[in-house]
Write a protein that binds this ligand. Sequence first.
Ligand SMILES: CC(C)(COP(=O)(O)OP(=O)(O)OC[C@H]1O[C@@H](n2cnc3c(N)ncnc32)[C@H](O)[C@@H]1OP(=O)(O)O)[C@@H](O)C(=O)NCCC(=O)NCCS
Length: 148
Amino acid sequence: MRIRNLTAADLDRVVPLEAGEPSAWNNVDIRREIEQRHGIQLVAVDEADGEIVGWCCSRSFEAEAELLKIVVLGRRRRAGIASALMACLESRLSGAGVRTLFLEVRSHNYPALTLYRKRGFCEVGRRRKYYSSPEDDALILAKTLVGE
Ligand SMILES: CC(C)(COP(=O)(O)OP(=O)(O)OC[C@H]1O[C@@H](n2cnc3c(N)ncnc32)[C@H](O)[C@@H]1OP(=O)(O)O)[C@@H](O)C(=O)NCCC(=O)NCCS
């Protein structure tokens, strides 16, 4: 598996990863992200067949960044793909001088919370009933990237 930058040519293969996810992004949302000056967008590509099996993106402002999205293709989960995407993202951000990576996650999203905690993120806040359909609290997590 290879992690590389997302390009506009990947859009049609990234949008289906979002299908069925709460707060799914469409083609326009993802294209807009590519145009972000302070954004990083990564895809995980299966080198055997060229399939895009996951993607993530962040935006940064000076020493802080926010992870906006990370999704792995349903049938390819629990194989370390999200971990590889996050390791690459954290390394890129750290290299660019970012010191703290924040993210928001539904309080009932057990797979994502387990992933983030395993990677050293800590809870720094909670927004009650922040999400709808279904209603859920948002947990705000943060990780210090110094030394990465
Ligand atoms: C969350 C998500 C990105 C994880 O992707 P993934 O490629 O399966 O994650 P990894 O294989 O790298 O998992 C790393 C660790 O996270 C934890 N984890 C991941 N999925 C888990 C699950 N379903 N149940 C329990 N722990 C889980 C485990 O500790 C795992 O390590 P292990 O497999 O050695 O036990 C994926 O489930 C997904 O795309 N979910 C839908 C989108 C989403 O919720 N994104 C996050 C929004 S904030």
